[in-house]
Design a protein around this ligand. Structure first.
Ligand code: TXA
Ligand code: MG
Length: 314
């Protein structure tokens, strides 16, 4: 066990990273667990602290296009267009990696996932360290991603050096991950930048990688975002009661519009911003089951639906 400190100084966080220590930091999506890209020992510790399988690659966080050009190769022109439109921001692109980037980072693949975060503390941290940072979400593997410093401590206190506290992450779900490895652009993980938005600005069709296609995003094969309390999705208000009847005890109902709480359950308004905080609350407070009203309004949020499906394991 080591002592995990909570920091509000980017400079102190940068110093620790330069010393090879693990520091979690806020981004506009979720908190990431940082180590320097070329610190092999630090990278091994990231996998170890999270309990992450070694074939699940990490996202590299940069603060400039020069840093991208130093680690990726055969970069297609569409990358520059996407960077101009969406960076800094919640878009991760998968490019061919340069050979000097460790296979530890890429989980053995010859590609590398890269994004430029827009959170001011994250950008400043990369600049202060003076090098790209690898940063998977700062949760234990299989747990909901952290959107507050306290969530990071829940999972990683005692196994990382520090968490840089930037309050709540504004978006709350992880970045959209797209592959630019082939001519056809593929969304490997939905995020707040949606398929339609990408298609509109790029004026071309984009597809979702189905979980059945060859494993293009290794992360897709693992069960993710899971609360310990079982979670069931229903489509209409009428189905809520019968879904709740399966459980005895404290129950949670989530919906995108307010539903009155009743003696049988507590209800909360759900958005992609607070999904992970609610799942963690359910675990912490001993809810025995969660029912989510996945109506047509909620179904329009493709990132939220994707995470709910994973959490429900369906
Ligand atoms: O918003 C985010 O992306 C957050 C913040 C911290 O930036 N990070 C994050 O990292 O969600 P992580 O490690 O939890 O998820 C990374 C995802 C995984 O599904 C992984 O398989 C995929 O990106 N990925 C990474 N490198 C890849 C590669 N070379 N090819 C395909 N997928 C890759
Ligand atoms: Mg993650």
């Amino acid at each position: 066990m080591i002592k995990t400190v909570v920091l509000d100084s980017v400079i102190e966080a940068a110093t620790m990273l330069r010393e090879g220590k693990l520091v979690a930091f806020p981004t506009e999506t979720v908190y990431g667990l940082g180590a320097r890209l070329f610190d092999e020992e630090g990278i091994r510790s990231v996998f170890q602290a999270k309990g992450r399988p070694s074939d699940n690659p990490l996202i590299v966080h940069v603060s400039s296009l020069l840093q991208v050009e130093a680690i990726a190769q055969e970069i297609p022109s569409i990358f520059y267009r996407l960077a101009q439109l969406f960076w800094p921001g919640p878009l991760t692109v998968v490019l061919k990696k340069q050979p000097h980037v460790s296979l530890l980072v890429s989980g053995g693949l010859d590609s590398i996932a890269i994004r430029m975060p827009s959170h001011p503390m994250a950008l400043e941290l990369i600049n202060q360290v003076g090098a790209p940072l690898v940063a998977p979400s700062a949760n234990l593997s299989g747990r909901p991603s952290p959107t507050q410093a306290s969530h990071v401590l829940e999972d990683l206190e005692g196994s990382i050096a520090a968490v840089l506290d930037g309050g709540e992450c504004p978006l709350g779900v992880e970045s959209t991950v797209i592959s630019l490895l082939e001519d056809e652009i593929v969304i490997l993980r939905p995020g707040s930048i949606g398929k339609e938005e990408l298609e509109k600005v790029l004026e071309r069709a984009i597809s979702f990688a189905s979980e059945k296609t060859p494993l293009r995003s290794p992360g897709m094969k693992y069960r993710h975002y899971a609360p310990s309390s079982p979670l069931q999705l229903v489509e209409t208000q009428g189905e809520i009661t019968s879904a709740l009847d399966r459980w005895e005890g404290k129950k949670m109902v989530l919906a995108s519009d307010p539903i009155p709480s009743s003696s049988g359950y507590d209800s909360f308004v759900l958005s992609s911003h607070n999904l992970y905080a609610l799942l963690r609350q359910a675990d912490r407070e001993g809810y025995v089951g969660i029912v989510v009203l996945c109506d047509s309004a909620l179904r329009r949020d493709e990132a939220l639906v994707n995470r709910l499906l994973k959490a429900s394991n369906s």
